[in-house]
Design a binder for this molecule. Sequence first.
Ligand SMILES: [Zn+2]
Length: 437
Amino acid sequence: MIPALGRLIICLLFLGSVSGVVLAQESAAQSTVSVIKAGKLLDVDSGRVLSNQTIVIKNGKIEAIGDQPSVPPGATVIDLSKFTVLPGLIDCHTHLADVYDPEPLHVLQKTSAELAYEVIPNARVTLLGGFTTVRDVGTYRAFNDVALRDAIARGDVIGPRMFVAGAYVTISQGAGAMTGLSPDIQLPWDLHYGEANSPWEVRQRIRELAHRGADHIKVLATGAVLTHGSNPKSVEFTPEELQAAVDEARNFGLRVAAHAHAAEGIKNAIRAGVASVEHATLIDDEGIALAKQHGTYLDMDIYDEECIQEAGRQNREPADFLEHDRELGELHRRNFTKALRAGVKMSFGTDAGVCPYGINARQFAFMVKYGMTPMQAIQAATSSAADLLGKSDVLGSIQPGKYADIIAVSGDPLTDVRVLEHVIFVMKEGRVYKDER
Ligand SMILES: [Zn+2]
């Protein structure tokens, strides 16, 4: 038994060591305070450009912003007074956990470990391109995206903050399946994980994906361009299956992104209550009206047609994919303009992986060419993207309380949106990853 005085001394020693830890943490936190002096700053919430703003950043979040906020002594000052500062960009349609290769069957030539290491540069170039967050919408090797997200969050891999789908939820031999194989080939579990063929199978898949860490659910409502044996004009999941997907995802607090090219499949997905329609290639007037009525985002990847055609010229694109793609590219872009004019909510999604990684920002010029103002295109990749993710409280603009995800460019992106293709400064959660001032 310890005498009373002894207990008191032990107690004081213990308290002393605990407060020592707290003090050490506090001084570490103080050293993470930094200040950005922004010459011009895009306020994407108001759509205005502000001059000579100072942003105070503490512990990875924005503490204050204004003309003359109080600056804590000892803060690191980052002088971006010659540049335009804007929130970190968000791509709502990426496939970072796959490789850039027009032939999906090449995945079969790699072990899952080889694939996992090969995708590491995808994450790095995306972040250094100014995209501090991505909504990743599926991978052929189930859960490679979950592993990549977590490796980035731990700091083991440099990349954007990822929100991931875990796998494609698709019908057998559907748009999200590994197709083009002889029927006697048995795929390993992770290459056909998301296949489901009834409302209850869809629910089962979603329950398992939610359990294993998916941030949202990706369903394939129609055929695809870049899948063997697929027809982008065909309807795949039925309205009942899509409804089951949305309902089950909601039970776990998850939103649904639906791949859809064909007009009927787009409408099925919107009526079921998905958060976004991906591609929305052949959306018709009724689909546009439904999207507006339901507040559904359209995530239209109108740049990647350039990459499909370029791979075709180099004889790298499978011939059946080029056949699927014929005439869709221009129609897609015209429908983007129609939906935009109708006032449908639009987010920025590139389908990165169809194009080489890291060039996501090239889509801005196409969004402007097909009708957006530069500010609208930037909002699609910031405030609107954060809204689609359900993360407007912490992402999408430079406001107190949000993550310090901040980038900078030379020149004025509102007069030439292509300056976003050459980001000179990237900060994610208060940490600088690129500084080419
Ligand atoms: Zn995609």
